[in-house]
Structure formats: structure tokens, C-alpha cells
Design a protein around this ligand. Structure first.
Ligand code: DX5
Ligand code: ZN
Length: 223
């Protein structure tokens, strides 16, 4: 039986009341808080830095899941670890010394993950499957919230789950982009254990109630 976790992405939250937004989804049953870090280079937008992670850290006990969509992630992992990240993931397309970066994240006492864009083949990450604590598959091209889920990623999730069952069975698959109340069960059934949802949670009238609905959908499916 796989544990299914909901990770609301604060990218779609109201930053003027970030503490309240996080408290609402925590009350609704969120398991993690997903933090999207963008640098204006790897992706066009600039978003969150360590200061915001520190502020989020002070407002919740939930684990902070920091997704680095930045070039040279190795230069910044220490700052995000110090700011209070519990999980840090790096895009494999942005780091030519991935093994070293992942080892460094672990040395800092933080769970280490790798992220693959929709067009990046699983085979490119093969050497890292045993070294990581989790793997994030992007189901949109990173850079913006509220994009449409790319359906071909469902098969990629299933293929990765089968590989991990052989190589690193405890390693969860996280899926990020376009996840909503309508497709969350399908994504979980395909093999995802950590479901990221940004706009589908925070762009609703009552993020707390929406988080609760997501959790109910996840609880409905036995795996
Ligand atoms: C995309 C980010 C996602 C995004 C998800 O670049 O990595 O985490 O915020 O937003 P939704 O759930 O709205 O697609
Ligand atoms: Zn993300």
C-alpha cells in the first residue's frame, strides 16, 4: 500500500497572506508544502528565494518541498537547506554534476530529489535511480502555474514506478503540473505518491475545503 500525499504549491497562493494560506491547506490535510523556485534563466519567471522559504518555515510544521527550477542549483542548495527546506529537488536538465549535487543535499540532512521535464527520457536519469530519495516527473513544461496536464506523462509515471519497484522500491514519485480534482486519482493510480497542486488548490474560494476534497479523493483509492 502506497501512502498518497498532497503537496499544495504556494506559487498560486496570495503572497500578501502567505502564512494564512499555508495554515488553511494544512488544516485541510495537506501533507507537504511545495515551493517553486524560478530564476529567470532555466525558466522565464523569477519567483521565490530562501527568504520566503524561511518565512514559510516559521509558519508551518509541514515539510517544505523545494523544487529548484534554476541553473547551477548546486550554488543555492545550502541557502535553501539553511532556510528550512526538508526536501530539495533539482532539474536534471540544469545540472551537469548531478551526483555531486544530490550527495551534497543529503549531507545537509535534506531529502534529495531529481526532476525530469516532460520531454526528458527516464533513461537520462537511470544512473541516479538508487541515489535519490524521490523523483519528480513534470506533467507540464515548468515555468508557470495553471497549465494543462500532459496526458502522455501518465505512461511515463507507470514505467518509472515499475523500474523503481525493482531498483528503489521506497522511492516515491512526485507529479507536478496540471493536477486537479478531476485527474488526481488517475495520476495516483498511474503510480504517483506525491501530488502537487497549485492553482487547483489556491485559486479556489476555499483552499482549506479544496485540500480536504483532494485528500478525500486520494483516500478513496486503495493501492
Ligand atoms: C510549474 C511548477 C508547478 C506549478 C503547479 O512550473 O513547478 O509546481 O506551480 O501549478 P499547477 O498545479 O497550477 O499546474
Ligand atoms: Zn513545482
Amino acid at each position: 500500500m502506497r501512502t498518497l500525499k498532497l503537496a499544495p504549491s504556494i506559487l498560486s497562493a496570495d503572497f500578501a497572506s502567505l502564512g494564512e494560506e499555508i495554515a488553511a491547506v494544512e488544516k485541510g490535510g495537506a501533507d507537504l508544502i511545495h515551493v517553486d523556485v524560478m530564476d529567470g534563466h532555466f525558466v522565464p519567471a523569477i519567483t521565490i528565494g530562501p527568504l520566503v522559504v524561511e518565512a514559510a518555515r516559521a509558519s508551518t510544521k509541514l515539510p517544505l518541498d523545494v523544487h529548484l527550477m534554476i541553473e547551477h542549483p548546486d550554488r543555492f542548495i545550502e541557502a535553501f537547506a539553511k532556510a528550512g527546506a526538508d526536501m530539495i529537488s533539482v532539474q536534471i536538465e540544469a545540472d551537469v554534476h548531478l551526483a555531486r549535487t544530490i550527495a551534497r543535499v543529503k549531507e545537509l540532512g535534506v531529502q534529495a530529489g531529481i526532476v525530469l521535464n516532460p520531454a526528458t527520457p527516464l533513461s537520462l536519469a537511470e544512473e541516479m535511480f538508487k541515489a535519490v530519495d524521490f523523483i519528480l516527473l513534470m506533467s507540464v513544461n515548468p515555468g508557470f502555474a495553471a497549465q494543462k496536464f500532459i496526458p502522455s506523462v501518465l505512461d511515463k509515471i507507470t514505467r518509472l514506478r515499475a523500474i523503481l519497484d525493482e531498483t528503489n522500491p521506497e522511492c516515491p514519485i512526485e507529479v507536478d503540473g496540471g493536477v486537479n480534482l478531476h485527474n488526481v486519482q488517475e495520476v495516483a493510480r498511474a503510480g504517483a505518491s506525491i501530488l502537487v497542486a497549485g492553482s487547483a488548490v489556491f485559486k479556489t474560494l476555499d483552499p482549506e475545503a479544496t485540500a480536504r476534497m483532494f485528500k478525500a479523493k486520494l483516500a478513496e483509492i486503495e493501492l
